[in-house]
Design a protein around this ligand. Structure first.
Ligand code: RAM
Length: 853
């Protein structure tokens, strides 16, 4: 038996943490039926043991929270865990982590640029001011044993010491709710420093902080780039020294003439750095500084261009063969003054021409100084498969590489079946997931790059079967609660930015005039995201941490239902339990309900059921969360609330044999949320099937209901229909996209017509990729019956269209694997878990190990 895969806060050897750590590990063994019987954890800081759990008789092996003596700032710790199993084997493994600032006050001062910056009046390419470099010279007095730099900025920055980068992170300090949670980064800079004179540079671009779209509307931010850094030196001779930003820095502008996250960057290779100017010390406080809680955004893959061609319009187009999020890296050798434009886009017109449906141009401009160089922009990113190149007479594919940027996470799954289209669908889902995890979960890496709460709410279960989302989503949830209003309202995006605050105010005028209100299925992310995290991993810490945010959101639903009268003159005793006012996106992007740009009238129809049903769903889940946490009073209170909401829904919507809607989604949610009265199950099931049949056997569901559609069909005994929808190739369907050459998941079902004409849409949205979770549970047959896969039912749904299917899933307990070929099933059940296998009409109760049936 081996102890392995040690994680601290679900990260590998994190450096620079300021949270109480939780520890996780896996065990593996060639012996079957292995269970952990006990563990013992010790934590040391070099010479002292700061925590020793002693022998703990327990099967827990994830989310074991540290509770030793208080941890100290800027200290390296090692923890070791010794495990014993039920066969009498023991093993020990160890891992490390390092704290950042826990109690110590910063000595560094914030220093701000003094270079005047015009307010960005018009938003477009090249309208934003140049990036600002902050420079500081300092001396290192003795040979160095170890050096740590803690730094952050307003804007996004690139750090170098003596011209060397300590790591390959990008876009630091990343995107967060800056007024409450601005991340600082920890760097090991031992290797970049030298005895004698040294120079530190932080080159700061606009990033999210200054971008007019991503700046918040309702509170003030600073207007000039600023940095904060503190370098802690430990010399070989045991002396220590601190070098920190203190106003002795200078600032200047250089070749990055302008950069915007959406529009792109302008880089003038001819421009040298201007004359330096002094900086200004400003007091911004330290209260919002948080050690970066997630692994940094960095390049994770390089995708070479596959072909270049000239479009019918005469444009030079470079094709990377795959939609990615990141940047292009281009070798350029052009006469001085040549201006080269690189316009990034996702799909072409039907005849291969340039097509951009985005608000902004995603355009990088490079002005040559005559030298041969490799250019990659510094402070922007794009979503793209193609680039249109202008300014060069010809292009060669060997000069172009796409650099894929993302927040890296541990891969937790693989899928391979005998059907290449299903495999490609899975690949596309993975790409959309990767392309939309740039420090926060986003809707798309192109048009909006926004932390839409609804999109991730829909997608969490699928995200977990592909990547370990724990640290990433825990960090995002902290942003969510930082952005949540005192009255509990959770906005449509987290962070909540200028664009969306305006949109919320505008829609509010049209839908009740109550200002920014919660949005069904979007704001509910406050409850559903932590709940699904718990279901995927057994993580109760996230439930505990998010509990007050969940509760305050549910209280806001309950208060809104009680205080605002909905439409239709319903009796007050029912209406007060229905969330049926305010603006909602409804199901969003239902294929049969065409929506014009900026017109939300069409969303009213599905909002009629989406809001009360999701309101109930959140309150009911909160009662379940309280139950898991042992909060009996809360459980009883919210369970009673939920019961009244359900009763009101049934009395208002479910008195007849049909729901008051002609949309499939109403039926889907009614079943999925267990709202259907016993005597209505048959007629509702029949009606749902009828709606699908009348629609030519095609789905007609939007964002909020598609994740439940196939499960509901299974539940009502029509698994055959669910399988048909999965394999459907006419539009709208998943495989239609694949057949049309999609390389990521489309935002809307109708993003491209059969002749290849693209619509105004994004081609890289993970939401409809939610089906990956269903494929994992139903086609591969891996269904957790206890949160975190402590017990799993393995029941593949074999299908005549497939001759084989293999799925792996790295659970908290280790790898679970299912492979079926014909009527042969091979499985691996991780240690410390059990499984029920249903195969060939037989049932087997098994423990860990490898089996074949
Ligand atoms: C779109 C976004 C996102 C969706 C919202 C409602 O513009 O791309 O996917 O959640 O609107």
């Amino acid at each position: 038996m081996r102890v392995e895969r040690l994680r601290t806060l679900h990260r590998i050897e994190p450096v620079g943490i300021d949270q109480v750590p939780e520890f996780s590990w896996c065990i593996s063994s060639p012996e079957r039926d292995t269970l952990q019987t006990s563990y013992r954890i010790t934590v040391e800081d070099g010479d002292r043991t700061v925590w020793d759990t002693g022998l703990v008789a327990s099967e827990s092996q994830s989310f074991v929270e540290y509770s030793g003596s208080p941890l100290r700032s800027r200290t390296r710790y090692r923890w070791a865990v010794t495990v014993e199993d039920n066969h009498g084997n023991t093993d020990t493994a160890s891992a490390g982590f390092e704290t950042a600032f826990l109690d110590t006050a910063w000595t560094a001062r914030w220093v701000e640029s003094t270079i005047p910056r015009p307010a960005a009046e018009s938003w477009g390419h090249g309208t934003q001011p140049p990036a600002v470099e902050f420079l500081r010279n300092f001396a290192v007095h003795h040979p160095i044993r170890s050096a740590r730099l803690y730094a952050t900025a307003l804007g996004v920055y690139r750090l170098t010491l003596n011209g060397l980068r300590p790591d390959d992170r990008e876009l630091a300090p990343e995107f967060s709710v800056y007024r409450r949670r601005l991340y600082y980064q920890t760097y090991d800079v031992t290797a970049q420093l030298r005895e004698g004179a040294n120079t530190l540079s932080m080159y700061v671009g606009d990033g999210w902080y200054f971008c007019p779209v991503t700046r918040p509307l309702s509170y003030e931010l600073r207007e000039l780039p600023a940095v904060l850094f503190q370098l802690e030196l430990e010399y070989e001779n045991n002396l220590t020294e601190t070098v920190f930003s203190d106003g002795s820095e200078i600032c200047r502008t250089g070749p990055v003439r302008s950069s915007d996250l959406y529009w792109g960057e302008r880089f003038d290779a001819r421009a040298s750095f201007d004359d330096p100017r002094p900086v200004k010390i400003v007091d911004l406080g330290y209260g919002n500084l948080v050690a970066q809680p997630i692994d940094p955004v960095r390049p994770v893959a390089l995708v070479p261009a596959v072909v270049t061609y000239t479009s019918p319009e005469g444009d030079l187009i470079v094709d990377f063969g795959q939609i990615v999020a990141g940047r292009s890296r281009v070798k350029i050798d052009a006469p001085p003054g040549t201006e080269i434009t690189l316009e990034h886009f996702e799909v072409t017109t039907a005849d291969g021409g340039y097509f951009n449906s985005m608000i902004a141009g995603q355009k990088d401009v490079y002005v040559s100084d005559g030298a041969r160089r490799e250019y990659e922009p510094l402070f922007t990113f794009h979503g793209f498969r193609y680039i249109r190149v202008s300014g060069l007479p010809s292009v060669s594919k060997d000069d172009f590489t796409a650099v894929v940027l993302t927040t890296p996470k541990e891969c937790t799954g693989t899928f391979e079946s005998s059907d290449p289209r299903l495999n490609r669908l899975h690949e596309n889902i993975l790409w959309s997931q990767r392309n939309n995890m740039m420090s926060i979960p986003t809707d798309c890496p192109t048009r909006e790059k926004a932390g839409f709460t609804g999109d991730i709410q829909i997608y969490v279960p699928a995200a977990f079967v592909n990547e370990d989302m724990t640290s990433f989503l825990s960090a995002w949830l902290r942003n969510l609660s930082a952005e949540q209003r005192a009255d509990g309202v959770v906005p449509m995006t987290v962070p909540f930015t200028n664009l969306y605050e305006r949109l919320s105010l505008r829609t509010s005028e049209q839908f009740g005039g109550e200002g920014v209100t919660g949005i069904a299925g979007w704001s509910d992310a406050a409850v559903i995201v932590p709940w699904e995290m718990y279901r995927a991993t057994g993580n109760t810490l996230v439930l505990r941490e998010a509990f007050s945010s969940m509760k305050s959101w549910c209280d806001s639903i309950i208060a809104t239902a009680r205080n605002r009268r909905g439409p239709g003159g319903l009796p007050e005793e029912l209406d007060r339990y229905l969330w049926n006012t305010g603006f909602h996106f409804g199901e969003w992007l239902i294929p049969s309900r065409k929506q014009e740009e900026g017109d939300f009238e069409v969303t009213r129809e599905s909002s009629a059921y989406v809001a009360p049903f999701f309101g109930y769903r959140s309150v009911r889940l909160l009662a379940d969360v309280a139950d898991v946490l042992g909060r009996v009073d809360d459980r009883d209170f919210y369970a009673a609330q939920a019961a009244r909401m359900k009763d009101a829904i049934q009395q208002v919507f479910m008195t007849g044999d049909e729901l008051p809607t002609e949309l499939m989604g109403g039926y889907v949610l009614a079943f999925a949320f267990d709202l259907v009265p016993a005597d209505r199950r048959d007629p509702y099931a029949a009606k749902l099937v009828q709606l699908i049949e009348e629609n030519g056997g095609l789905l007609d569901t939007g964002f909020l209901t598609t994740p439940y559609l196939l499960d509901v069909l299974v539940e009502i005994g029509r698994a055959d229909l669910a399988v048909e929808l999965l394999w459907e190739t006419r539009q709208p369907s998943w495989l239609y996209q694949v057949d049309m050459g999609a390389t990521a998941i489309w935002e809307s079902w109708d993003a491209m017509s059969l002749d290849g004409t693209p619509a105004i849409s994004s081609f890289d949205h993970y939401a409809f990729g939610c089906v990956d979770d269903w494929i994992c549970r139903e086609v591969a047959g891996i269904q957790a019956t206890i949160a975190g896969y402590k017990h799993t039912v393995i029941a593949p749904r074999t299908d005549t269209r497939l001759t084989s299917c293999a799925r792996t899933l790295l659970t908290e307990f280790g790898e679970l694997a299912v492979r079926w070929t014909g009527d042969r099933l091979e499985i691996t059940v991780p240690c410390n878990t059990t499984a029920t296998v249903l195969w060939n009409g037989q049932r087997h109760e098994i423990g860990s190990g490898r089996y074949s049936f």
